[in-house]
Design a protein around this ligand. Structure first.
Ligand SMILES: Cc1cc2nc3c(=O)[nH]c(=O)nc-3n(C[C@H](O)[C@H](O)[C@H](O)COP(=O)(O)OP(=O)(O)OC[C@H]3O[C@@H](n4cnc5c(N)ncnc54)[C@H](O)[C@@H]3O)c2cc1C
Length: 447
């Protein structure tokens, strides 16, 4: 998933419409035209008068033309939403913080025409979906890359003690990102140079796998995250845990994240045991509660990401676990860690293996998928049979090399990047467990 998205706008078919200089949206123009009449005390024009009829016809025509233009541009949402899947829209940087020598967090708010302050349908749809990203444009080079918004603090905050209340969050319209500056990288280097008050241009949301639907009634989601691959893991944790169970009770799923970084400084939110000992045992969640050492502090404690991790741990102590691995300290995610995470899940029910032709739960069908755009597949139904349907999920998210090492490389087929067969460490674990009759209902999602 971390593969650079080589969306080149220059010369492409999806050139953004001029965003800074174009006319305001039609609805806005109409409202401005009405205003002088009201100010002059003329009020709403009376029905039936020829002039008002002409105005109404004109307004109707304008609305029609507006709708046609939106359709021609291929836009799905209203023109005055803060995000569009087809146009780049302006946002202003409202906060920026370096959280490690190579990573920084950015918070951005809509700043273009029609930015308004009401809820954004596009954002609401994306958050309800779970996994999503936006493209950020480098305007000089006219190239764009995907970045994954961290969950909204309203959904995944620190129980209010981090100052991220609704007002601060601007009705949930503030987007926050963890960005790693890649040496020689075009867009990440450009972003690293921006300051509070500068503008950025975003397009989206782009919805990914529908994790809720693929999980169905299964109780385990295990994430192997490399570097900034933590962002989609937190999106999923927030979506599955903060929403509670479908019946309205506590969560019926457990989310375990195994987060690998090259350097200790990037292991944001990693607790340190009191008394100068290094970090906690990686599998500390499996210790009895009385055995867990007292926690003194966390790396990057003030970062948004650390706040969000702490919030999830506090709200869901029995359903959310995170373990840290650091290359520099000689620790890497091993098969034992993966097995432990898979075993420690909630999974109260043993679901039957999926029907091999089920588009939602069969590993064979997943392997062939041309993309991760599950939102466009909702008309295809699940064809599994049994008392419950679904699949426990093993998600791998990070740079290409990381995804390939743990889940096997994605495979290009007919011009599309498919999931490809599950290989690497996860392929080996699943094959070994299957021989023993275990883990027969797991899906591997490569993000
Ligand atoms: C769906 C999706 C979501 C993403 N979300 C995030 C996010 O939240 N935060 C984030 O920081 N990035 C994220 N990425 C990665 C991001 O889109 C860019 O690929 C990354 O910022 C590098 O882009 P660049 O233009 O700076 O580098 P480029 O100019 O594209 O690349 C320069 C060189 O660096 C290499 N390179 C690129 N990315 C990496 C990497 N991650 N590790 C090591 N080498 C690399 C390239 O192979 C190339 O050799 C996401 C990618 C996808 C597909």
């Amino acid at each position: 998933m971390r593969q650079p998205d080589k969306t080149v706008l220059r010369g492409g078919t999806s050139l953004p419409r001029p965003f800074a200089s174009g006319p305001p949206p039609l609805q806005h123009q109409l409202r401005e035209r009405e205003a002088p009449a009201r100010a002059a005390g003329t009020g709403t024009p009376k029905r039936g008068r020829p002039r008002s009829r002409a105005l109404l016809v004109g307004a109707g025509l304008c609305a029609g033309v507006g709708a046609c233009l939106a359709l021609l541009r291929g836009g799905g949402g209203p023109d005055n939403d803060i995000l569009s899947a087809t146009d780049f829209r302006a946002f202003a940087i409202v906060a920026r913080e370096a959280v490690s020598p190579s990573a920084f967090e950015l918070a951005v708010r809509a700043d273009g025409p029609g930015a308004g302050s009401g809820p954004s349908p596009a954002l609401a749809r994306a958050r309800a979906h779970g996994l999503w990203s936006v493209e950020v444009k480098q305007p000089q080079l006219q190239i764009a890359r995907h970045y994954t918004p961290l969950p909204s603090p309203r959904r995944c905050g620190d129980d209010g003690d981090d100052g991220d209340d609704d007002d601060d969050d601007d009705n949930g319209r503030t987007l926050r990102f963890l960005v790693r500056r890649v040496a020689g990288g075009e867009v990440s280097t450009y972003l690293s140079k921006l300051r509070v008050g500068d503008r950025v241009w975003l397009r989206g949301p782009h919805l990914g796998f529908d994790v809720g639907r693929r999980r169905g009634g299964a109780g385990n989601v295990v994430f192997l995250a490399g570097g900034t691959g933590i962002a989609p893991a937190l999106q999923i944790a927030a979506r599955l845990l903060d929403g509670g169970s479908e019946q309205g009770g506590p969560p019926d799923v457990s989310v375990s994240i195994l987060w690998a970084n090259r350097y200790a400084a990037d292991a944001l939110g990693r607790p340190q045991a009191r008394g100068g000992a290094s970090s906690l045992p990686r599998w500390w969640w499996s210790l009895g509660r009385s055995q867990v050492p007292e926690i003194a502090e966390a790396a990057g404690a003030d970062s948004v990401l650390a706040h969000q991790i702490r919030g999830l741990q506090r709200r869901h102590p029995d359903h959310f676990h995170i373990a840290y691995f650091v290359d520099d300290e000689g620790t890497a995610i091993g098969a034992r860690d993966v097995r432990l995470a898979c075993d420690s899940g909630a999974s109260p029910v043993q679901l039957p293996p999926a029907n091999p032709s089920c588009p939602w739960h069969s590993p064979a069908a997943l392997e062939q998928l041309p993309d991760d755009k599950d939102a466009g597949r909702h008309r295809e139904g699940c064809v599994c049979r049994g008392p419950g349907v679904g699949a426990d999920l093993l998600c791998v998210s990070g740079p290409d090399g990381f995804v390939a090492a743990y889940g096997g490389p994605k495979v290009w087929r007919d011009g599309a990047e498919t999931q490809g067969p599950v290989r690497g460490m996860l392929g080996q674990i699943l094959a070994e467990e299957e021989e023993k009759g275990n883990m027969r209902n797991w899906l591997v999602l490569k993000l």
